[in-house]
Design a protein around this ligand. Structure first.
Ligand code: GAR
Length: 183
């Protein structure tokens, strides 16, 4: 897929890995966490990386890199900071996508899987949505639901959700890029 995307992350980068493995070209990876494992994954794939724990400096640099690499879609993959209003408004509508481990609008924010378990929810799932200025509030692109089993722990549920994420995120990104290409 020749359309460029960029990825923002804070942690392990398993979604980044799944995206790379599906053949989607990643122009650069940026993080607020210089120790994020996702940066190592990018480095091993010879993808340019940038990290900075000062959020406004990070956002400023990411805006510059988006222009430099002619990025068409910014993908948040486990990025655990709220983007500033200025940053979101600097980019076109529907330019940023995010993945969240719950059926939004349920269980927004941090620890979504724990929130679902503590709520004794019967179902949870994965949501992919466009990013607006709010927290986990942009319009929903795709959702997939799963049943929470009685024997599920935080670890087993996270594992089951991540298996869905790794398939659903790459497929959805590909569809968005193809649709944009046709317009
Ligand atoms: C993913 O499960 C993603 O849904 C979640 O962080 C994890 C990152 O995993 N994102 C959020 O909770 C955003 N609010 P990864 O670093 O292994 O891709």
């Amino acid at each position: 897929m020749c359309y460029n995307i960029a990825v923002l992350l804070s942690g392990n980068g398993s979604n980044l890995k799944a995206i790379i493995d599906k053949g989607i070209k990643v122009s650069f990876v940026a993080s607020n966490n210089p120790k994020a494992l996702g940066l190592k994954i990018a480095k091993n794939e010879n993808i340019p990386i940038y990290s900075c724990n000062n959020i406004s400096d990070l956002e400023e640099e990411v805006l510059k890199l988006i222009i430099k690499y002619d990025v068409k879609l910014l993908v948040l993959a486990g990025y655990m900071k709220l983007l500033s209003k200025y940053f979101v408004k600097s980019l076109p509508l529907k330019f940023i996508v995010n993945i969240h481990p719950s059926l939004l609008p349920k269980y927004k924010g941090m620890n979504a899987i724990k929130q679902a378990l503590e709520d004794c929810a019967q179902y949870t799932g994965v949501t992919i949505h466009y990013v607006d200025e709010g927290m986990d509030s942009g319009s929903i692109i795709k959702q997939e639901i799963i049943k929470i089993n009685e024997i599920d722990t935080l670890e087993t549920l996270k594992h089951r959700l991540q298996l869905i994420e790794h398939r659903l995120y790459s497929d959805t990104i590909k569809s968005i890029l193809i649709r944009n290409l046709q317009n």
